[in-house]
Design a protein around this ligand. Sequence first.
Ligand SMILES: [Zn+2]
Length: 288
Amino acid sequence: MSFIRGDRRVKKLGQCRPRREEVARKDTMRLRTSCMKCLEVDGQPPELANSVELRDDGLYEVTCSRGHVTVTAIQEQKFEILFDLGAMALLDGYTREAVSSTAASLERFFEYYILVVSLKHGITYEQFSEAWAPISKQSERQIGAFLFFYLVENKKPLEPLILEARPELDGRSRGDTPTWSAFRNDVIHKGYIPSAEEVIEYGNLVYQFTYRLIGELKASSSEFMTKATFHHLQRAQGADAGQAVATMSVPTLVSLVRAERPSRHLREALPGLEKYRRWLYDRPQSHS
Ligand SMILES: [Zn+2]
């Protein structure tokens, strides 16, 4: 009909299909960063935080509404972020994805542990990186390395072994319950769809195990944990001249800097994450 002009139809079609960047903004994991230069000028953080998509390298280059460019490095280690991603997947009902991120968190924690003990034994970060490269894609070798670094550090083998740990599940005897390793493999390699309850119980094994070892490292090697954090933050030093470099810490369920004790069970820690997430996504924000 003559009153339906071509351009209107095009516009309508366009409205049905969100643009690619709109999809990404709504659906990806995000963080908020504040502009450090605005903070310097005004003496207080800007009202609108910049919402940025979570990145693998943990480095965020943001231009605020006043044109300041800041590169922010997230202080948290990969395993801390991955554990939160797993818990968020669980809160969203994606139980398989929750297990996958939790398993990845544990593997990256093994790497962190090996790094801290290496630094303690006078090995430089560069030497560590060089030695890590050939095993970086082979998780079985990483576990082997971790177990022997644990032995060297503690003069006794790791006990109990997280890989062999079994949670207490309602209605099942311990003997019938798969170990963490078997559970993880069933989910990741065999398409097993775990219940939320299973994910919480197995996630709790990893949560408690990681906190136990963080506690041991804090008692024996806190100076080298600080060194590891220093190297982690060094990533931002590659920023171009003229860009302000900032560091930021985000609250995570598994946390190296957390002062208080971990929750008795992961289940008790989840409401805190839910609250943080609501803050992260619901407050008005400026996209960059
Ligand atoms: Zn600014």
